[in-house]
Design a protein around this ligand. Sequence first.
Ligand code: F6R
Length: 609
Amino acid sequence: MCGIVGHLGPKNSVDVVLEGLKRLEYRGYDSAGVSFISSSNDLMMYKKKGKIENLINEIKDKDISARSCIGHTRWATHGGVTDNNAHPHICEEMGIAMVHNGIIENAGELREFLTKEGIQFKSETDSETFLGLLIYHVRNGKNIKDAVIESFKKIHGFSAFVVLNKETSEIFSIKKGAPLVCGMNEVNSEVLVSSDPYALAGIADKIYFPEDEVLCHLSAANSNLLNFYELDGTKSKRYMSKKQSMTHDPAAKGDFEHYMLKEIYEQPELIRSLTQFYFQGEGKESLEAAVDLPRKNLHISACGTAYYAGLVIKDFFEQINRIPCRPEIASEFRYRNPILDKEDLALFISQSGETADTLAAQELCKKSGLKSLSIVNTEGSTLYRDCDVNLLIRAGVEIGVASTKAFTQQVLTGRTLSAVIQNKGMDDNLRNTLSQKYTLLAERIEELLDRSDEIKAVAGEIYRNKGFFYTGRGVYYPIALEGALKLKEIAYVHAEGYAAGELKHGPIALIDEEKVNVALVGPELYEKTVSNIQEIKARKGKIVTIGPEGKKDLEEISDYYIPINFDGLEELSPLYINVVNQLLAYHIAKFLGTDIDKPRNLAKSVTVE
Ligand code: F6R
């Protein structure tokens, strides 16, 4: 959830780290801090609650130059949002600074032990207990490398730590179940570490993904910038390395006011490039490998928007392939002792590939002997590395906290797999059929994007309303869930997604003139869905209908009717109806003046349970 960046090299490390933190601000953003070794060889620290801008304002007039720096953006778990609880945590006397992402589950116990040992705490965080352990071990004669290892061994739970040592300017990092990536630019003699490869884009030309419990050592020795060690101190080969392919364009938002809007508008182009990837490009191999996996039953685990994508994918696999599917929220699945058969397939869907609950669900399936498949955006992420086969969704970096383009790409990747399984492989015929469908889908979405002002006008009429029910039937039901999620997370408005037929079993009691029903109507079960709308209308609810064009009855029944062309593409229509929901949520949030790209209380990548 928190963002971590560390840099060591001839450039001013503080600038590099601050730039990296700005890129990661979308991950967690209630406070930020840096610690570095100044030109006069002092261990310095600045940390401030609030956005990174606050930290930058605090230090911008100071003449700072450093060869080694670590930084952090915090998403509070233990301890309130205060300057003191922000990271780094430092021990000036020993010249050690550290930052942490994750949760130290035995923090209470450790704090008690360390307090008895005379170590004083300055914050309320669980993270500071790691600093306490470092102090304890250094005091007892360990060098910093061994102190990091020994302290790490005492920690329960999933975490990543980065430690800066003043004496040698070295940086150490280590993780278990939390994201961590190292980077290097040999020509510039630079080494970096981060919780997200995005922070390293354009700086490192090679990136390294260490496995759990591998100590990464970033040093200033030109010939030996980056080393990996096992916990017994021997050299480790447990990391994956690759060329950095991600580029960073600082003007990435272009003319768009928000990343979210930009990402909504990227969807048609991404659909086209996904088609290219799987039908003509490198994606073919992984698709073939996925077809070969066992799949007596399909267990689908994911969280949030990715889970809703899973619900749509379930429909494809059950309706087209007749494969029984069990979609489940990963945080439930992992503790439910699910019935798993070795002939089953476990499918995990994730944008980040770092969601703690999804990773735990994957581990459970792996232990139970199931093959695992991911539909994932981030190549090299933990999920990507842990699954047997990965289908990349190729959405590019998604910065807006509210997931938009990833959902579309996830669903389409699932649809592609389902089609290839049904066809028993990819051939020209299938390639052509799917290409045509996906091209049409991209065009339909473009048409909808051109109607953004019309959707904005509807948003302008309903944004003051007190509560929204998104309803849909069949495959539109997950789209209703996703539509409601988008609205609540970016507009802070209470919204619920419901199967249209279910409203009368309770929630209809809430309907009055203050409530809005966003009714998603497809060609299937048309009349029944219209009857459901009637029931809301009769109770004075305001009706926004997104449904087939040219329908008199819909026009009459609705306060606002957004007509949609379903012709020739009914099966993929959930994806373009979802785009209307994305725009509707965006415009409502805009009218309400919320922080659309970084909504309160949220983080992009949920790496804690
Ligand atoms: C909502 C949203 C979240 C994520 C969820 C899973 O807009 O972004 O619900 O979908 O946290 O994240 P990933 O896909 O990274 O596993």
